[in-house]
Write a protein that binds this ligand. Structure first.
Ligand SMILES: Cc1cc2nc3c(=O)[nH]c(=O)nc-3n(C[C@H](O)[C@H](O)[C@H](O)COP(=O)(O)OP(=O)(O)OC[C@H]3O[C@@H](n4cnc5c(N)ncnc54)[C@H](O)[C@@H]3O)c2cc1C
Length: 460
């Protein structure tokens, strides 16, 4: 069997003329270096794709050799879905962004990061719906959901997906959009990378020349009051204003509360809407000002450390009310290290006005998605790993009685299939049917886990 794999990969290497790398090559190291340090077996080979035809060839080779397959976009999935022990389709060189003549949409390649998009759209006074960090891959973000600072006005990233060109498991290339491959188009919007490799997406753009954005720092000793006052203020906030809460720990061990408001409405109205957020407690620092949208989503980039070990869990609360605030504050008070964080993502406004069955994304009611993150050094001992993972688990369990069923599938680990299924709500059955139609052999098994009943193609 090893000979078959080597023969197949040798043929592929010849067909792709040097766009294949193996352990020990610099390009292999770059492609397998993802946000969270990978654990477990590393890929045999990485195919550095430049065009849909490379992807077709690589899928056919992996299938004929019985190798597992994964897709590497922006490399920010914390569970390492970008990697597998077989063949990785690295799309890193496919990052083009082209704005349409009417400025209403952009065609972006399969591995464009949010940073690539804003580099093109910012100078035009336009914005696409992204997440809160500029380094994340747009396809990975959009296919799984895409909570971000524009959610109240523009919806999830996936609500702004207009069309996708996809290489399917059987090698066909199709375009999914309204009126064409409707089932696939529906499933791509929430079902992650389960259905094929997206080589190009057409996404909606919005006229947003600037945003009013900043970071407000409050002391942890006032966390409960500040967050309760924020919860009260949130009830009457317009769709154009979102506020992300980050509970973090400074290197000296002191936790603190950061609020990051983004106003994406008429510029000169932003100040008055954000003003009440400056009076929630003893404000230690305030950077609110008018900036390009791209500047606002790059602020967190400086704080993101790549290549650390990480463990993440998530749940969704109807609102961050008093009981949820108590859980958050108590969890941060017993944080293991500066690697422990709790981050909130709001879901309201335009995102809630999309009918739940219109896309595969399963939770359309108002809610707050909670991200519980622990990261620690790769050089740490096993006990540090266990303590950090336990902190994440305990924190998520403490939210359990308050949480809605399931969780954000994009952030759930591979062993959380049941919660992912619950997260799809009334859409899970249709999603599974479409998976069986487009990928009956589960070639794209290294994606958000779906209860397909199919076994993954095992690597030999
Ligand atoms: C620092 C950080 C910040 C984040 N912020 C947010 C946020 O604000 N909002 C939010 O909703 N989520 C956020 N996430 C989660 C993130 O959206 C998901 O992990 C997403 O899958 C990452 O996409 P990627 O392309 O960067 O990752 P990768 O690890 O490269 O890809 C993950 C998986 O997505 C699929 N995929 C990626 N590209 C393609 C493609 N072209 N075709 C088919 N399948 C593809 C594949 O299954 C792939 O294995 C964040 C994650 C991190 C680490």
């Amino acid at each position: 069997m090893t000979d078959l794999i080597e023969d197949t990969l040798g043929v592929l290497n010849g067909q792709l003329r040097g766009r294949v790398s193996r352990p020990g090559d610099d390009r292999y190291s770059a492609a397998t270096a993802i946000w969270a340090k990978p654990v477990g077996p590393m890929p045999r080979m990485v195919v550095h794709c430049q065009a849909p035809q490379d992807i077709q060839l690589a899928i056919a080779a992996a299938r004929s050799a019985g190798l597992s397959l994964s897709v590497r976009g922006g490399g920010h999935d914390w569970t390492g879905r970008a990697l597998c022990d077989g063949l990785v389709l690295d799309l890193s060189e496919m990052r083009d962004v082209v704005v349409s003549a009417d400025r209403r949409s952009a065609r972006i390649s399969g591995s464009a990061r949010a940073s690539d998009v804003v580099a093109t759209t910012d100078p035009l006074g336009l914005a696409a719906v992204t997440g809160t960090c500029s380094t994340v891959g747009m396809a990975g973000l959009t296919l799984g959901g895409g909570y971000g600072p524009l959610i109240g006005r523009c919806g999830l990233a996936l609500d702004n997906l207009l069309a996708a060109d996809v290489v399917l498991a059987d090698g066909r290339i199709v375009t999914a959009e309204r009126g064409r491959e409707e089932d696939l188009f529906w499933a791509l919007r929430g079902g992650g990378g389960n259905f094929g490799v997206v080589t190009t997406m057409r996404i909606r753009l919005h006229e947003i020349p600037n945003v009013v954005f900043g970071t407000l720092v409050y002391p942890f000793s006032e966390a409960k009051t500040v967050l309760q006052r924020l919860a009260d203020a949130t009830r009457s906030m317009p769709d154009e204003l979102t506020v992300q809460v980050s509970a973090v720990v400074r290197p000296d061990g002191t936790p603190m509360i950061l609020l990051m408001p983004t106003w994406c409405g008429v510029q000169d109205q932003g100040g008055s809407h954000i003003a009440p957020l400056l009076e929630l407690g003893t404000l230690l620092s305030n950077t609110v000002g008018t900036v390009r949208y791209g500047t606002s989503i790059s602020v967190l980039d400086a704080h993101i450390v790549n290549g650390q070990r990480a463990f993440v869990d998530t749940c969704s609360l109807p609102a961050l009310d008093e009981a949820g605030i108590d859980v958050l504050v108590e969890a941060m008070a017993r944080a293991e290290s500066a690697g422990c964080k709790i981050i909130t993502h709001e879901f309201r406004g335009a995102a809630t006005r999309v009918p739940v069955k219109a896309t595969a994304f399963g939770l359309r009611r108002d809610h707050v998605m909670i991200e519980i993150i622990a990261s620690w050094s790769d050089r740490s001992d096993l006990s540090e790993e266990r303590r950090h993972q336990q902190w994440v688990r305990d924190t998520r369990r403490a939210f359990d009685t308050l949480a809605l069923p399931g969780g954000y599938p994009s952030l759930l680990g591979g062993d959380d299939m049941d919660r992912a299924a619950e997260g799809y709500g009334p859409n899970i059955e249709r999603l599974v049917r479409i998976k069986q139609l487009y990928d009956p052999d589960n070639v794209f098994c290294s994606a958000i886990p779906l209860p397909t009943g199919q076994r993954a193609v095992a690597s030999k």
